[in-house]
Write a protein that binds this ligand. Structure first.
Ligand SMILES: [Zn+2]
Length: 119
């Protein structure tokens, strides 16, 4: 291949031109690959997992913390999705966390109502 900076013929797999030191197309490609790998948005995954755990364990009163944290993490994920990506995952996490919260509320309101009406 030919260096875009100085026009010298260089080795096809070289990342940097040995003549002028300019990064070649290979170096640019590698950088792009790294960027693509970094797309995973950790906050979105955390939000999604916490929301799902919240739904699974809604029978435990203390577990309202999970969907609550899920909502917080998903909100952060949504905020950071411009840089990190994973916007759809963040929205999904937010929806699941809110469902978890609603399910928890429904379960415990039912329990409370049952307790009051039975008593
Ligand atoms: Zn060069």
């Amino acid at each position: 291949m030919i260096c875009k900076n100085c026009g010298w013929k260089i080795y096809d797999k070289a990342a940097v031109c040995p003549h002028c030191g300019a990064p070649t197309e290979n170096a640019v490609k590698k950088k792009k690959e790294k960027k693509n790998k970094r797309v995973i948005n950790g906050y979105a995954i955390a939000g999604l997992s916490l929301g799902a755990v919240g739904i699974l364990f809604c029978m435990e009163m203390i577990f309202f913390i999970f969907p609550l944290l899920g909502i917080i993490f998903s909100a952060i994920a949504l905020y950071k999705s411009k840089k990190l990506g994973g916007k759809k995952l963040a929205i999904l996490g937010l929806v699941i966390s809110i469902i978890g919260m609603v399910v928890w509320l429904f379960v415990w309101i039912t329990v409370l109502v049952t307790m009051i009406t039975a008593g």
